[in-house]
Design a protein around this ligand. Sequence first.
Ligand SMILES: Cc1ncc(COP(=O)(O)O)c(C=O)c1O
Length: 390
Amino acid sequence: MASFSLVSKIPTFENLASCKNVCSLVPKTANGLLQDQFGLLGGSLGRFSLVSSNQAHSFTDPISIDEVPLLSGLEAFERMRRSRESYESKQQYKAMYSSCFGGITTDPAAMVIPMDDHMVHRGHGVFDTAAIVDGCLYELEQHLDRFLNSAKMAKIKLPFDKESIKRILVQTATASKCRTGSLRYWLSSGPGDFQLSPAGCCHSALYAIVIEDKSPSNYSGVKVVTTSIPIKPPQFATVKSVNYLPNVLTKMEAEENGGYAAIWLDADGFVAEGPNMNVAFVTKEKELLMPRFDKILSGCTAKRVLVLAEDLVKEGKLRDIRVENVTVNEGKSAAEMMLIGSGVLVRSVLQWDEQIIGDGREGPVSKALLGLLLQDLKSGPATVRLPISY
Ligand SMILES: Cc1ncc(COP(=O)(O)O)c(C=O)c1O
């Protein structure tokens, strides 16, 4: 698999025909034809018509499960495209890298991962993100370190070294031409078989996708509830693995109860985190109080906020910054409560269960921290912003 070491310049599917290394990986179709002969790899599938279809009805017709069609690879691919086009999404997928095909595609219909990937059927994968703001990747280095640590905890061998992974991610962002959105990436033990052990996985896999999201930001205050879903034990909560079932269930529980997010308490009853964000409080004595990271995910945004908050201490808006265990009573009687994460940035919590937090309005420290973070996203130092050269 010579192309897997080809990480200094990844082929995009626009120029794939000229890349012999990768063409050799392209599977043959049922017709024995290389898929790229049909423009399938050039993001131009819309131009070709299906080779052999005697299906009179369209894919969007009501589906009869009595006559499930047997499809050629190309037909399945075309139906995949039509299925994608049949639903509206605020998110657009601009580019995907896969070590399985050793390149980047800008065709959403080709943005798939193998069914026998251990991450798909056993959850043996880890992931991370980085925001794309005004053409810069925000905190890529910090997220990448957490990503590699998650992979180590999940015993997933790296398919490339850290610098090569970074180059792949940056090239994927470049190919996407996206200026506002996010980069998400996964490491998995890879495809191979459907066994429980990853021993049969031929090689670990790296996937990355760039998602453009132009929906307007909403930073208004929210309600949260205490979740009834058990928290992951620290060994798993500290790893950003693809096992987000508990996180999804807590989010659903929050929504069912008129909340935005649900808050986990740890095994000792201390405040832990939300389903995809950390939490912080401002005490009545003007101290920023954040739960320790030893039993929860070490949030890159929360850690950055701790640094940015030092400005507020200098300005006298905060008296102190403390990272320690927080009791529910301390949390509920705080002057301010906020959710912090790469998705929410800093969002005030106005109500936790039946308890109104502070005066029930977005507090001054939460607002100031959101302002500092937004500024950092747009014009922070080189340690947190990596310009993408499109
Ligand atoms: C469980 C959990 N906690 C906290 C966070 C916040 O981390 P970050 O600020 O790096 O996005 C996330 C992010 O997705 C998460 O999934």
